[in-house]
Ligand binder design. Structure first.
Ligand SMILES: [Zn+2]
Length: 613
């Protein structure tokens, strides 16, 4: 963020007559020799005392801040010069912040003050109502420190810790917080009213809620707890959806119920649910998932749909009984968010460019052979498989599936689920499905050699098969399948094409900005100097991450006649890739670069998921 240039310390002290020119020269000479700051040099020489210096600097900072806010409001026509002068006078008398006085005198609404601050100062404005705090970050400051600095840590934005300050332009406070948290800080602004709310939320007082057990709550209190619990549940699920979490873990601990989100593979702790609300939160979730609320001694699983911030998720809730201490029976909960990007139902929503999509649809509609979708775990494979089934269904083809977990039910598709406990494996399922005469068979994963052998056999007998497999890129599938015992000749004949995909995060459109990466980086990527890429600055809409939602990167490999011959004669994956590149394979990395140049995702995201080529 932009920092206001400050007047030099020497200048200020001279102006105020606290030192003379001669003393300043002495100070500057000492500074040069010792390498200390001018301020401490002057203190060292006994020319000024620490308390005076600090007071003067603090006053200057406040003045600079008020002047700046005043100027902005004047320029934007929100205040007349008369109003501004009047307010500045009041401010000098009371020693309070200009913005506060303006709001109090109703010359400005809090919203207008926000707008002025955020647009002109380039500073983020925080409203705590809709947010949960990250425990690990919040704990970088104690509650006492947070209260005295009027600052609450919010989240990480790249290398910076975003901290909400009531006085974001007070460099002294920002510096002190920076030293305390031992991290570069990016200040955001919070009103004093909101700061109080944020402080209570970030550092919850476990005694704030009276424990029902100790107090035999009346109906009214129980109802109040219920609605508080419901609000908290909505907040937790809302935050999980907003940040694209795949799991939420709720576990009973000493200070209540710990809340952790799994985001992009890593666990992030939120502030815990206070003990007094713990049972209500558990019961609320169980009710939502249609589970038996009174039953606390067995594992239960249930489903519900949750909608928040224009996103929708199918939620799977699992409860596990656990013992806390010697005798307290509590429940641990795991919440799985399925189908997180509910809007991603069609191929174009997934991030296919139309040329690739056309080629992929042609591949899908071929009369026979296997089409594989490959990617690491959590790469959106299931979404692509379902989107592909919709296309096949739209073309009036009959479809049967064998799936590990049925995520979504599709109209007119015969779906079956593997149940290994009951001996219904992929192999068994395939045997029975292949006896049917479905036009297309979808096998959600090639899990073992038997499945691999069966689908290739079916493909050579004229079946159309769609399946998923975990592999890093389109061409490495071939060596993987050979390791599973599929003969090169069978591979060359049976496999029609491979779609390889990975997910990257989408830049938040609310706070997207253009920038030029360093010339070294661009050079190492063989890109022209000054190439423009994009990133999210971070805003409340995206929980200051700079990202919202995800999008796929794709590589579609459809071997032609000569490549198929090569595969049949046992070409290695590396050799195959080299030949495919010569023939103009559009790689996943190229797809990523295009999306980064168009501002859909960041260069970092693309580099993180795609290897060198
Ligand atoms: Zn944003």
């Amino acid at each position: 963020m932009r920092r206001r240039p400050l007047k030099k310390v020497g200048e200020i002290l001279l102006e105020r007559g606290l030192i003379n020119l001669d003393q300043l020269t002495q100070g500057l000479m000492h500074q040069k020799k010792s390498g200390a700051s001018l301020g401490s040099s002057l203190i060292h020489l006994g020319l000024i005392d620490y308390v005076t210096l600090e007071k003067v600097l603090a006053e200057e900072l406040d003045k600079a801040q008020s002047r700046k806010i005043g100027e902005i409001l004047l320029e934007s026509g929100r205040l007349t010069l008369e109003q501004l002068n009047e307010t500045l006078r009041l401010q000098q008398e009371s020693g309070r912040l200009l913005g506060e006085i303006l709001v109090e005198k109703e010359m400005l609404s809090p919203q207008q003050l926000f707008d002025a601050l955020s647009t002109q100062f380039d500073v983020k404005v925080v409203e705590p109502e809709q947010m949960l705090f990250k425990k690990d970050l919040v704990d970088l400051l104690t509650r006492t420190e947070a209260a005295s600095f009027k600052a609450v840590p919010l989240c990480m934005a790249g290398p910076h810790l975003v901290v909400a300050f009531h006085e974001p332009f007070n460099n002294r406070i920002v510096k002190e917080v920076e030293a305390k948290v031992n991290h570069p800080v990016e200040p955001a602004y919070i009103t004093s009213e909101n700061f109080k709310i944020a402080l209570d939320k970030a550092y919850p007082d476990p005694k704030r809620y009276v424990k029902p057990a100790e107090n035999r709550p009346g109906t009214i209190q129980r109802e109040a707890h219920k609605s508080e619990a419901r609000k908290l549940v909505d907040l937790i699920l809302g935050q999980a959806l907003l940040e694209g979490a795949s799991f939420v873990h709720l576990e009973p601990v000493q200070e209540g119920l710990s809340v952790r989100l799994r985001i992009d593979g890593a666990l992030q702790r939120l502030t815990p649910v206070p003990p007094a609300l713990q049972e209500e939160v558990v019961d609320t979730l169980k009710t939502m998932a249609h589970l038996k609320v009174e039953e606390r001694h067995v594992i239960q699983n249930g489903y519900f749909t949750h909608r928040a911030v224009n996103k929708e998720a199918a939620v799977k809730l699992s409860t596990f009984p656990v013992l806390v201490g010697f005798d307290k029976q509590r429940e641990k909960m795991t919440i799985k968010l399925l189908n997180r990007d509910a809007s991603l139902e069609r191929l174009e929503d997934l991030g296919f460019y139309s040329a690739v999509q056309q080629q992929y649809e042609n591949l899908l509609l071929q009369k026979q052979g296997i089409v594989l979708i490959s990617g690491p775990m959590d790469s959106g494979m299931t979404t692509t498989l379902y989107a592909s089934l919709r296309i096949l269904g739209d073309n009036n083809l009959s479809i049967a599936t064998i799936e590990k977990n049925i995520d979504t039910f599709l109209d007119g598709v015969a779906q079956t689920q593997v149940d290994s406990a009951r001996g219904y494996s992929f192999g068994k399922g395939l045997h029975s499905v292949l006896m049917d005469d479905a036009d297309v068979v979808m096998v959600s994963e090639i899990e073992d050699d038997e499945t691999a052998a069966l689908i290739f056999q079916a493909a050579l007998n004229g079946r159309r098969i769609l399946s998923g497999v975990h592999a890093s890129d389109a061409t490495s599938i071939y060596s993987l399948l050979r390791e599973m015992g599929v003969e090169p000749l069978t591979l060359g004949m049976g496999l029609s094409g491979v779609l390889s995909q990975k997910l990257v995060r989408r830049i938040c459109v609310e706070c997207r900005e253009a920038y030029h990466p360093s010339s070294e980086l661009l050079e190492s990527l063989r890109l022209r100097p000054n190439t423009t890429f994009f990133r999210g600055r971070g805003c409340q809409k995206c929980a200051f991450s700079g990202y919202q939602g995800r999008i796929g990167l794709f590589e579609l490999f459809v071997p032609d006649e000569s490549l198929r011959n090569g595969i049949a004669t046992g070409l290695s994956s590396d050799e195959l890739r080299r030949l495919a590149l010569q023939k103009g394979l559009h790689t996943l990395r190229m797809d990523g670069f295009r999306k980064a140049l168009e501002g859909i995702t960041t260069l970092e995201q693309v580099l993180a998921v795609s290897g060198r080529e």
